[in-house]
Design a protein around this ligand. Structure first.
Ligand code: KG4
Ligand code: ZN
Length: 349
């Protein structure tokens, strides 16, 4: 059985993974850099790239101690979107490895890899399907029509959803990333304690806005002494607000997706909403979204395995494998911005 090697370095995690032709994950390494960045209260791009360049050779060495390099049939790496220094580091490393092994190098769009990640444990999902990508850098609804073929149905006009979790975390003196800590704190709080604004929820569209909610939280936190109980209540009420915003916006995204399918004469054997990206690992959101979306819209909600919601290289290898099967690959330079609607492909020679 042949293997596909994946490399992901678009942000602050150095990730390297090996999957087989069936899409089974043989190994999935992640070195996170949180400790190196935390004193700066954010990710320092140059530190991230330097750490990727130290980590990648170590991870590849570890992988090749266990797996035969001659069985690797392609090397895939994220070429964007992301922090440019990390992308360059990963891309050069991947391309060089592919050249030495004399196998194809397949560029991967990080967002497409998230969108496909739900298929890693829901093999029945087929195109076309609707995806909701909620991560640290993105918050968008995507009609996934085929490999390299997407229509963005809704996007955030300002902050991403994970970024909003992280900002609230930082206001509450939680370590980056705030998402998991807020989920924990919320589980001990009362989600009816505060009523928060739901920006853009008067407009009947699938776009998001989170900056008003963030400002409201900042003002609220400035105005009082924050005890543990208050923090838990704020986190719980915030999480419930996020859930309600998502539920409201899902109505419009599904409506738009159905219109698009009719216009293009596309049919689904089963309707899926794939919820992907780091925030998708939030169990409170997961539980409530699953229940509501199926009952209201007859769409099954599909998630990646929890550990593959966050950035990882298994999803990069998996995406590259889909292209390898079709003997084509994304045709792109390394780029910090690369929308899902801008993927073009070329044959694998
Ligand atoms: O997909 P990801 O690893 O990186 C990007 O592509 O951005 O997502 C990271 C984001 C961070 O903002 C983090 O706070 C958020 O995912 N996150 C969560 C949870 N776990 C991670 N947000 C809410 N609840 C969680 N349990
Ligand atoms: Zn990501």
């Amino acid at each position: 059985m042949e293997y596909i090697l994946g490399i992901e370095t678009s942000c602050d995690d150095t990730c390297l993974a090996l999957i087989n032709e069936k899409g089974n994950i043989l190994c999935d390494f992640i070195i996170n850099q949180h400790n190196a960045h935390k004193i700066y209260n954010g990710i320092v791009p140059e530190i991230a790239s330097r750490m990727h360049s130290n980590n990648l050779p170590l991870l590849l060495k570890k992988l090749l101690e266990k797996y035969d390099k001659n069985k690797i049939s392609a090397v895939c790496a994220t070429l964007g979107p992301g922090l440019i220094g990390g992308l360059i580091t990963g891309a050069i490393f991947a391309q060089t490895t592919a050249n030495i092994l004399d196998i194809p190098f397949i560029p991967v769009n990080h967002l497409e890899a998230h969108v496909l990640s739900a298929k890693l444990n829901n093999k029945n999902i087929s195109y076309p399907y609707l995806a909701l990508l909620i991560s640290g850098g993105h918050c968008q609804f995507v009609a996934a029509l085929g490999l390299g073929e997407h229509v963005v149905l809704g996007n955030t006009l300002d902050d991403a959803i994970g970024e909003t979790f992280d900002k609230l975390g930082s206001m509450l003196n939680m370590e980056y990333p705030g998402g998991p800590k807020i989920e924990l704190s919320a589980s001990k709080g009362n989600n009816e304690a505060y009523k928060f604004p739901m920006p853009l929820c008067q407009s009947k569209c699938a776009n998001f806005s989170f900056s008003g909610l963030k400002t409201h939280l900042r003002n609220l936190l400035k105005s009082q002494n924050i005890t543990a109980e208050i923090a838990n209540n704020i986190c719980a009420s915030f999480q419930k607000t996020v859930l309600n915003i998502l539920l409201y916006k899902i109505n419009y995204a599904i409506q738009d997706f159905e219109v698009l399918k009719r216009q293009r004469n596309l049919h689904c054997t089963k309707n899926y909403l794939a919820i992907v990206g780091g925030v998708a690992s939030n169990q409170y959101l997961k539980k409530n979204l699953e229940k509501d979306v199926l009952a209201k819209h007859n769409y099954s909600v599909a998630y990646p395995p929890k550990e593959l919601c966050q950035d990882n290289a298994a999803m990069i290898a998996y995406t590259g494998m889909q292209y390898l099967r079709e003997r084509r690959k994304p045709n792109s330079p390394i780029r910090s911005k690369w929308s899902l609607e801008q993927i073009t492909t070329m044959p694998i020679s």
